[in-house]
Design a protein around this ligand. Structure first.
Ligand code: SAH
Length: 213
């Protein structure tokens, strides 16, 4: 049987071998235990580099993808970040180690409540989680230094692009929900937006309106 320490070493090794090389991102992912964010049947597999089912028919992302997305955001300690798609809360917890303030939104109230309880348990006080349709962004706190969308959109949503600071970065899976999507890094320049395709990914779709749970 593998010990916890061994499992964690394998976890970090898997991240590095899939291209997560930024030291600060690796440190943040070493610090934030994925265990509490995975419940029930799949808890045993919390340290596998694989997406897993969570409540409301959604998924917690694959750790190496969380790492690559976080790395692509190139976070600075003073950044204000918006995440669309709280899900389990794991990605937001990782972001909370590298940014000043994290706003995270999900269309399922139940997921937001569960994530909030974990943030409180772990004393992650710089995360604000709330229920809303995130495709419209969060006007009250805009503009953001960084925006991360953890659900697939057919195009980067216009209202979210508008809430990105000049010089800001957005990371978003782009493509049809039933196909392989591309992870895209969008950088806002003085005059427009630069687009950079990073790697193929597979995410649940970004949907409009609130969820039923
Ligand atoms: N970042 C999460 C995984 C996200 S799964 C984690 O670390 O666990 C994608 C999430 O996006 C789902 O929870 C889904 O409910 C949410 N979502 C989809 N469309 C949305 C929308 N328009 N606004 C807010 N959340 C949305």
């Amino acid at each position: 049987m593998t010990s916890d320490a061994e499992r964690k070493m394998q976890f970090l090794f898997a991240l590095r071998s899939k291209g997560v090389t930024d030291k600060r991102v690796l440190e943040a992912m070493e610090k934030i235990d994925r265990g509490p964010f995975v419940r029930g049947l799949f808890a045993e597999r919390a340290y596998d580099d694989t997406p897993l089912p969570i409540a409301c028919g959604q998924t917690i992302s694959q750790p190496s993808i969380v790492g690559l997305m976080t790395q692509a955001l190139d976070l600075h300690p003073r950044d204000k970040v918006l995440e669309i798609g709280t899900g389990s809360g794991y990605q937001a917890a990782v972001l909370s180690q590298l940014a000043r303030r994290v706003y995270t939104v999900d269309r399922f109230r139940r997921l937001v409540q569960q994530a909030k309880a974990i943030f409180e348990e772990l004393n992650l006080t710089n995360i604000t989680a709330f229920t809303a349709d995130g495709s419209r962004g969060f006007d009250e706190q805009a503009p953001f230094d960084r925006i991360i969308i953890t659900a697939a959109a057919e195009d980067p949503p216009g209202p979210l692009l508008a809430q990105l600071k000049i010089g800001g970065i957005m990371v978003v899976p782009v493509g049809q929900s039933d196909a392989v999507q591309s992870l895209v890094k969008v950088t806002r320049t003085d005059t427009g937006f630069d687009y950079d395709e990073l790697c193929p990914v597979r995410f649940v779709p970004l949907l409009e309106g609130l969820g039923q749970e």
